[in-house]
Design a protein around this ligand. Structure first.
Ligand code: 4AD
Ligand code: MG
Length: 477
């Protein structure tokens, strides 16, 4: 007999038909009612056991966490809160679960505790909802680009270049760590390393994506990226997934239009397809908010917040305008910012970004035309000679969710930029080639997938929206 997913059973007309289902026990009450969940949706199905027909030894194995196969009859439910239930005919225990030591008890656990049980936490309602949403968002990303003429491009994960120039890379090497070969002047001799040169895990697939955009037209990456930045925050991971579209013949305006349309489209997708999980997470958040002081509560429930983003234009503001706003803002004058804003040219910290989005504009903001000095080498220099065609998208509760730019397509300007930053031309000869052979205006951006999931689920910590988070001092599992 074929098994049916519980999600489908819950909406099946109960005609006393025989069904088979598999899942894990959420609860077993009164030696009679098993709530069985298989991860297909939040809903557990109630399976009613007539205990007189079953061995006591078998019934003892039905504890929270045990994996069961049940066959029975699908009938209209007698109880409240569910349309159907299963009258159990037979139970097969795939695997029992010791109730004394099973960590996921049917009660509220702290997020910190569940992070230590990351291999089991997906069996909680919260994590199963978050991870289903994550999966749906990933699907919506691919669907969006597929429907808009983009090709999915797989950037290499091992690379010799530091795209962002921030030096936050994980080294990839097979050299003996205790006694690495040395050059005459005492440096590690990477010519003897596996790749014959220094290599790292990629911080961004952008440079390679540019090469493919200059041949396929429109491409996007969606893969893991790695940053060895020692920021132990609720917004940073050492391993995260990034989506990087790159488009030939797009200028910065077209780039911003695309980014806004893309984000709205994937959020619209989950509003249309994932309402049950969103409602659950919204309720969870509302319950949590009740325990906070009024001032710290968010102004909109989760679903309303998502709708607001989907239905309203993002505010586009230049860096220069933003600096003016920040300089004259109350928190700046009252010295409430940890990093006070005094001068044009200051890098924006997350406190400034969140002030602009949450307090000043009260909507997502696209900041553009940043000072060249605080942005990466590949961004296109403006006519003023001091700003670049960069754009960051800032989201409420998150801060920066997207970073992107129009790329410097002029060979001479790019070379000057690289020279000024001491980036050797030999290292990026192939990237310079793209400016020699059929160069063109082109643009792209990177969206941090976990930051998007964070926003979409209303979770508070980025470590709770990726299955097995990697962060400083933490690579368990
Ligand atoms: O602004 P970033 O560093 O931009 C780039 O890497 C460009 N090469 C992208 C491009 O133009 N193709 O990173 C892009 C986004 C950030 O806006 C943020 O959402 C996310 O990646 N991000 C991180 N997410 C989680 N943990 C980290 N440590 C992150 N660093 C960046
Ligand atoms: Mg950035």
């Amino acid at each position: 007999m074929q098994s049916t997913r519980i999600k489908d059973l819950l909406v099946t007309e109960p005609l006393s038909q025989e069904v088979q289902l598999n899942g894990w026990v959420k609860t077993f009450r009164s030696n009679r009612f098993i709530a069985l969940n298989d991860g297909s949706s939040l809903g557990s199905i109630q399976c009613v056991v007539d205990f007189e027909n079953f061995d006591e030894a078998l019934l003892k194995q039905i504890t929270t966490g045990a994996a069961l196969r049940i066959t029975g009859v699908l009938v209209e439910s007698q109880g409240r809160g569910q349309k159907v239930e299963v009258q159990v005919n037979s139970i097969f225990v795939h695997g029992a679960s010791d109730p004394e030591t099973y960590p996921i008890q049917p009660k509220k656990h702290s997020m910190e505790f569940l992070r230590e049980q990351a291999h089991l936490r997906v069996r909680t309602n919260t994590f199963s909802a978050v991870m289903r949403l994550r999966s749906s968002l990933a699907f919506a990303v691919h669907q969006y680009f597929n429907q808009n003429g983009f090709y999915y491009f797989h950037a290499p994960i091992i690379t010799g270049s530091d795209a962002e120039g921030a030096g936050e890379m994980f080294r990839v090497t097979t050299l003996d760590q205790k006694r690495p070969p040395l050059t005459e002047d005492g440096a590690i001799d990477h010519s003897q390393d596996f790749f014959g040169k220094e290599t790292n895990l990629t911080v961004s697939g952008q440079l390679e994506a540019e090469s493919y955009a200059m041949g396929l037209g429109k491409v996007y990456t969606f893969g893991p990226t790695f940053r060895a930045e020692n920021s132990n925050t609720s917004r940073h991971l050492a391993e995260f997934w990034m989506i990087e579209p790159e488009m030939a013949f797009y200028d910065l305006d077209a780039n911003m239009d695309l980014a806004e349309d893309f984000i709205k489209s994937v959020l619209r997708y989950i509003l249309e397809h994932c309402m049950e999980d969103l409602e659950f997470l919204q309720k969870r958040l509302l319950d949590e908010e009740k325990t906070k002081p009024q001032a710290e509560r968010s102004e909109m429930p989760l679903i309303e917040k998502l709708r607001f983003v989907v239905d309203n234009g993002f505010k586009r503001v230049t860096y220069t305008e933003a600096i003016d706003i920040l300089r004259n803002s109350k928190p700046n004058k009252k010295k409430k910012f940890k990093y006070p804003i005094n001068e044009w040219g200051a890098d924006l910290q997350s406190e400034h970004e969140r002030f602009l989005v949450e307090k000043h504009f009260k909507c997502p903001v696209i900041l553009f035309d940043y000072p060249a000095k605080i942005k990466a080498f590949y961004m296109r220099l403006n006519e003023d000679g001091k700003t670049v065609r960069a754009m960051d998208i800032l989201f409420p509760g998150i801060g920066e969710i997207v970073g992107g730019s129009q790329r410097e397509e002029r060979l001479d300007v790019l070379k000057e930029k690289m020279a000024a930053l001491d980036i050797p031309e030999e290292e990026l000869w192939w990237y310079l080639d793209l400016r020699k052979f059929g160069t063109a205006v082109h643009s792209g951006f990177g969206l941090g997938f976990e930051r998007l999931v964070l926003f979409a689920t209303g979770m508070g910590n980025i470590r709770d929206v990726i299955p097995f988070p990697r962060s400083p001092q933490n690579a368990e599992f």
